[in-house]
Design a protein around this ligand. Sequence first.
Ligand SMILES: Cc1cc2nc3c(=O)[nH]c(=O)nc-3n(C[C@H](O)[C@H](O)[C@H](O)COP(=O)(O)OP(=O)(O)OC[C@H]3O[C@@H](n4cnc5c(N)ncnc54)[C@H](O)[C@@H]3O)c2cc1C
Length: 238
Amino acid sequence: MYLLTSEVIFGYTSVRSLIVSASCSVEHLRRVSDSAFVLRFSVDPGIPFTPGQYVSVGPSGGIHMREYSIYSPPGGSALEILVKEVEGGYVTTRLARLRSGAPLSVDGPFGFFTLDEQWREQRHVFIATGTGISPFHCFVGACDGLEYRLLHGIRRVDECYEYEWYDRSRITTCVSRGGGGDFSGRVTDYLRQEAAEGRLDREARYYLCGNCDMIYEAFDILQEHGVPHSHLFAEVYY
Ligand SMILES: Cc1cc2nc3c(=O)[nH]c(=O)nc-3n(C[C@H](O)[C@H](O)[C@H](O)COP(=O)(O)OP(=O)(O)OC[C@H]3O[C@@H](n4cnc5c(N)ncnc54)[C@H](O)[C@@H]3O)c2cc1C
């Protein structure tokens, strides 16, 4: 089924989406840590999307669907999503068991967490917790020469999902339990430290993605230190 949505103006970004409801099939599932995996599925005839958008995914034939940012850049015949397997979670525990060829229900694309074309050449700061890194993986894969820093908040170092895709010198990993990252503590502790040392980039555009506690706290820190509200964009996962 196809449904053409109206054009929506959000900030300076305008997105026109063709919502597709498709039955897709799993190409493969690749483990990126003990509790996270990338699910790659073929979509025929394809889902055109803007980097930063998400799809709604669920086991085929069921009524339970969940939202997942698109991890892979546009252009291929398959889509990838990066999924954290939530203990006792209804959909993630089922997706984690899928094998190649298994059918899957997919709707989308949805959402407006997209880059502003007018700002392509300017500085961006991406702030993620856990699998909230997914839309940034898509941005980086889709936009050559993107000027970005990525602050990634994780509990343990095994959540450095596929860092080989990024310019490592642009990532600051904040590890809250145990060491091994660039910074020991939460990503908001790191932001607070940057602000206290006068190193916060007030001119950049900030994109925040992941759990809502991090997003609320980071918004407060950034706004208290002079980053205008119009430079803040967020995608809340849970
Ligand atoms: C716009 C949007 C995009 C999203 N993109 C992604 C994505 O790219 N990757 C991804 O892994 N998730 C993403 N999510 C979260 C995802 O939609 C599901 O909520 C999550 O996968 C849990 O689904 P479930 O059915 O297994 O758990 P449920 O049975 O629905 O819920 C179980 C519990 O787990 C909590 N929970 C949800 N996510 C997490 C988490 N990561 N860690 C700990 N607890 C959690 C919920 O709050 C709930 O209390 C996104 C959510 C939104 C709204």
